[in-house]
Ligand binder design. Structure first.
Ligand code: FES
Length: 528
């Protein structure tokens, strides 16, 4: 089996029974804020795109690049489609001209022509990607790989049970806006970023240990940020050969940092997959050749590399910025029209948010501000009335005009991932705020409401004992098995899957609202 790195989460898998191209991403995503790192635009996409199978793991724009798919990927390719609750991914691919689909069943092995086997595990909670994220398992002639991608399965057992995995590809770096966009003192931001960076690595080690594959490929990030306004998000100080001390709160460590940190926990089987790296994988070994003579030297020269990349992409960023303004859009009126009917229908999300959310829109002059409130309890969109709000977001008016103009249904997969905003909040992180803003369509809202309804009614009866505590086995957040992901320190439980923390004495969640845990000291009787 041959694996060719094609950038970020993308790779081409060649076997004697056909080729699979996964998640090709080349054009900037999220309001021209994310670019693939390293640059992959120079690859021979004409031939890479001439593939037998296409796998797009989910609709996040750094995995689904419509312009690139449209131009370069063979429309006769059979799409290996994850089993998602909505048809959006299939619809978007059909619109690009793909007509052949293999609709997989989540967790079921499918045998393709020539003895190629695949299995796709689809994760479908409202917090998984844009309502759905997935991983791809492939087997050919006894060689197996798991492209876990940026999905966060609670358990890798379904893959491990199919036989020893030879190559495990997974995300290790950040892909979110926290904590950088929050209006916090710099030292607090650094401390939160450092915590987040450590948690990301802890989770990665956990997955790696659970699967115990022969080879581990760090993929799916980080992106790079080439707009001057976002340049500070690049982890330059942390790269190979650099002084790490200046940027320890950066949540976007690159592959060289992964290799260094992995070595610290005893990892010796990491393989960096640069765009153009070719890895020949067998049951006995993995021989990789890279497009650069010295991988460490490549990362050590990250800053000049990014500056050159930035110079090449500057016209692209400038052109994108010019396309966002739509002065004809009356933002308040349009938001009322689109959002109020959804608020009316929302029970769980509206209750979960539980307060008003304020949006400060900065005008074209860079100074004037229009403040709009999405009032979840009153189910209204209206001008801000000098009240206390749960969340406040501040962004350029032009970005919201653009979202309304293109009728974007997922503001997470556009505005929030762009990091082109700042935020402040009272109290803990509230996942319902972001879940609502990714469900701005009837179909998505209904799905998310149904999911939370089911989740709420589904009480997990099983308890486990960890150290001095008896607690429910499944994490109240997204049901991770706490016998595997739970760590107790000083009567505080941390679930390593997403890093949520719980005070075991009170059961209170210290990370997000609405998710308490059932817990009691071991030896104390259960109370009802
Ligand atoms: S499942 Fe998300 S923190 Fe436990």
């Amino acid at each position: 089996m041959r694996i060719t790195g094609t950038g970020h989460a993308s790779m081409r898998i060649d076997t004697g029974a056909g080729s699979i191209l996964t998640d090709p991403w080349v054009n900037p995503a999220y309001f021209a804020s994310w670019f693939p790192f390293p640059d992959n635009s120079h690859l021979d996409w004409e031939s890479l795109g001439d593939t037998d199978y296409l796998y797009v793991s989910h609709l996040h724009r750094d995995h689904f690049d419509a312009a690139h798919l449209s131009r370069f990927v063979n429309k006769r390719a059979t799409v290996l489609l994850p089993e998602y609750p909505t048809s959006e991914l299939e619809d978007e691919l059909r619109e690009l001209g793909f007509t052949r689909f293999l609709k997989t069943v989540s967790g079921e092995v499918h045998e393709l022509d020539g003895g190629l086997k695949i299995m796709i595990q689809a994760l479908t909670s409202p917090t998984d990607g844009p309502i759905g994220d997935s991983s791809l398992w492939v087997e050919y002639e006894g060689v197996r790989l798991l492209n876990q991608n940026d999905a966060r399965p609670t358990d890798l057992t379904p893959f491990a049970e199919l036989g020893h995995v030879h190559a495990h590809m997974l995300q290790f770096s950040g892909a979110i806006w926290y904590p950088m966009v929050y209006e916090l003192p710099e030292n607090a931001k650094t401390a939160f970023g450092k915590q987040k960076r450590e948690r990301q690595f802890d989770r990665t080690w956990r997955y790696i240990n659970d699967l115990n594959a022969s080879w581990v490929f760090p993929i799916a990030g980080p992106p790079c940020f080439l707009d001057d306004e976002l340049w500070q998000f690049n982890d330059i100080a942390g790269s190979a050969g650099q002084d790490h001390s200046g940027d320890e709160g950066n949540i976007f460590p690159d592959q060289s940092v992964f290799m260094r940190e992995y070595a610290k926990v005893g990892g010796t089987n990491g393989v960096v997959l640069l765009p153009g790296t070719v890895a020949d994988l067998s049951a006995d070994g993995c021989a990789a050749s890279h497009p650069v003579a010295d991988v460490d030297a490549f990362f050590a020269n990250k800053e000049p590399y990014l500056r050159e990349y930035q110079a090449r992409q500057r016209p692209v960023i400038e052109a994108a910025k010019l396309s966002w303004r739509h002065p004809e859009v009356d933002v308040l009126k349009e938001m009322k029209r689109r959002i109020e009917p959804l608020l009316d229908e929302s029970i769980y999300l509206a209750k979960g948010v539980g307060g008003p959310v304020r949006l400060d829109l900065v005008g074209y002059d860079g100074e004037s501000i229009e403040s709009i409130v999405v009032d979840f309890p009153e189910k209204q969109v209206r001008p801000y009335a000098d009240e206390r709000v749960r969340y406040r977001f501040r962004t350029d008016r032009s970005l919201v005009e653009h979202l309304l103009h293109i009728e974007e249904v997922d503001w997470v997969n556009s505005l929030f991932l762009s990091c082109r905003f700042s935020a402040a909040r009272i109290g803990q992180y509230n996942e319902f705020v972001y879940a609502f803003f990714k469900c701005l369509s009837e179909e998505r809202l209904q799905y998310a409401e149904g999911w939370y309804d089911e989740h709420e009614r589904h009480t997990e009866a099983e308890d486990i004992t960890v150290g001095d505590w008896v607690l429910q086995r499944r994490c109240p957040h997204l049901k991770a098995d706490l016998t595997r992901f739970g760590i107790i320190d000083d009567d505080t439980l941390t679930c390593q899957l997403h890093g949520w923390r719980f005070d075991l004495a009170t059961g209170k969640c210290l990370t997000g609202v609405g998710h308490s845990i059932r817990s009691r000291p071991a030896g104390e009787p259960e109370t009802s």
